[in-house]
Ligand binder design. Structure first.
Ligand code: ADP
Ligand code: MG
Length: 483
């Protein structure tokens, strides 16, 4: 699920006039050091050395990258931040568009910094200290992907959509070595707190049980290490190293799907750890059964422990998060501004935070608290992107498709259960995913009264409490619609 403002295309590059390219290149270069600082050296080396800026046109920056994998990664993890850094320094940018162009690889990138496997080259010599990193306890920590110190349980706001995932993560973190469930599988859309919870587990264990070895790896780092081990014919020690930990966490495991050898390795490591009663925590953007490109036995084994879903945020949770962050920032941002943001920025927590930071920076600059009006001005682009996101019509269409009924049944008076239930689901989703009032929603459902809509919404809420398959189905739909 990507931000609507972050479009991506797979088409081959259309060559752009060279003056536009060079202008864009110099703009990009002027931001390089800021971006490097923002993302960190390692991430920069891993992902951005192969990026080529192509053009800026109509507020859209086009970048080219060599593979779909790199494109997807940058799109999910960095595009939005690139957009905001660009906007801050060079003026408004609406979107970052990423194309795949295999010629980008031609730039010389040191072999050990490439992410995609490359043929073994004779020039490559193994790193001098290739075994360093796992010899002792502290080394495990070196091997781990970096942990964000802000991602602690204390800083995590709990609400209905994330309470199960949060409780499960806490249980794992507080366990004294016994394994409550294995694996813990956390899943949910982008920016809903998966990484935050995983880092929180690691922080807590390192603090309260420092003798337990915790290894947190992004899936991309896992693959990178594995490919590197393959290249240096060192897979044995890689496996032993992985298997020597007490808690292994792999984030964004969907990025491993489709890469057979890495999957195979992952599967064996995973089995070995579970057999030895070591805790495994996995995150992904989909449930185990929906992970495309994963081998069946791996998928089914991933689902053996506890599968906890992070649902899209509710208004209450968004407001709670904003209040907590405002207190953390110690900024004087009025309550009605927070309420406005919680109403209007519904996509994900990352964007919500971004909006709050922009407002705080603005408040600092102008030296007085912001108002709803200045906020509207300041966040025009973000608000538009969020508005664009979901309409009642989109919801009706997706729900109708999902249940295999006609869109016109959303408006029709038919009461047969097979159309009435999906219709109620669409009403419920229209209520939680758009800003429309009940009467407005009623009008879009064939002129129904607002009490009918309210009844439908309540009905679905009730059913979800007891029918987990339905709740799951609706969460899935919600993600598909939001994506
Ligand atoms: P994901 O890994 O699911 O894509 P992240 O864990 O990176 O999402 O979360 C995105 C941002 O939102 C992070 O800055 C995180 O701290 C924040 N965030 C998400 N959920 C919450 C929450 N419940 N309370 C506080 N901050 C949150
Ligand atoms: Mg994440």
């Amino acid at each position: 699920m990507f931000d609507a403002a972050t479009q991506a295309t797979v088409h081959q590059t259309s060559k752009t006039p060279s003056c536009a390219v060079s202008r864009c290149q110099s703009q990009w270069q002027s931001l390089e050091s800021t971006l490097k600082k923002e993302f960190g050296d390692t991430a920069w080396r891993t992902w951005f050395r192969q990026v080529e800026p192509r053009q800026v046109e109509n507020g859209i920056l086009t970048l080219a990258v060599p593979t779909r994998f790199v494109r997807d990664w940058i799109k999910t993890h960095y595009a939005d931040r690139i957009r905001s850094v660009w906007t801050q320094h060079l003026g408004s940018l609406n979107a970052v568009d990423i194309e795949v162009d295999a010629t980008c690889v031609a730039k010389s990138v040191p072999v050990e910094e490439q992410v995609t496997p490359a043929p073994v080259s004779e020039k490559v010599s193994p790193p001098a200290n290739q075994n360093a990193g796992f010899g002792d306890d502290t080394a495990i920590e070196n091997y781990s992907s970096p942990l964000d110190p802000r991602f602690t349980f204390d800083n995590f706001v709990v609400g209905k959509p994330n309470e199960l995932a949060h409780a499960a993560a806490r249980r794992v973190a507080e366990s004294d070595g016994s394994i409550p469930f294995n694996p813990l599988f956390l899943y949910g859309g982008v920016g809903l707190g998966k990484t935050h919870l995983m880092h929180a587990i690691a922080h807590q264990i390192r603090q309260s049980a420092p003798h337990r070895k915790v290894l947190y790896l992004s899936a991309e780092k896992f693959m990178y290490q594995f490919i590197r081990a393959l290249r240096f014919k060192d897979t044995m020690s890689f496996k032993e190293q992985l298997r020597s930990v007490d808690v292994l966490m792999i984030d964004d495991v969907q990025f491993i799907s489709g890469k057979e050898s890495t999957q195979e390795e992952f599967f064996h490591t995973f089995n070995a750890l579970i057999d030895q009663h070591k805790q495994v925590v996995i995150s992904a953007d989909k449930s185990p059964s929906d992970l495309d490109g994963m081998e069946e036995r791996l998928r089914s084994r991933l689902g053996w422990g506890l599968v906890a879903d992070l649902h899209p945020t509710t208004y209450e949770l968004r407001l709670g998060i904003l209040e907590a962050k405002r207190d953390m920032l110690k900024k004087d941002i009025p309550q009605d501004v927070l309420e406005f943001l919680a109403h209007r920025i519904t996509s994900n927590v990352r964007e919500l935070e971004g909006a709050l930071h922009r407002i705080a920076a603005h408040a600092d600059l102008i030296g007085r608290p912001v108002t709803v009006e200045t906020t509207q001005d300041l966040l025009q682009d973000l608000l538009r992107a969020n508005d664009r996101r979901v309409s009642v019509e989109d919801i009706q269409k997706k729900v109708a498709e999902h249940y295999n009924i006609r869109v016109t049944d959303m408006h029709s008076p038919r009461r047969a259960r097979m159309v009435a239930r999906p219709r109620q689901i669409a009403m419920y989703l229209s209520k939680v995913m758009t800003e429309h009032s009940l009467p407005e929603i009623g009008r879009k459902f064939g002129g129904r009264d607002h009490t009918t809509i309210m009844h439908g919404v309540r009905k679905i809420e009730e059913l979800c409490k007891t029918d987990s398959a339905l709740a799951e189905d609706i969460a899935l739909l919600q993600r598909a619609i939001a994506g």
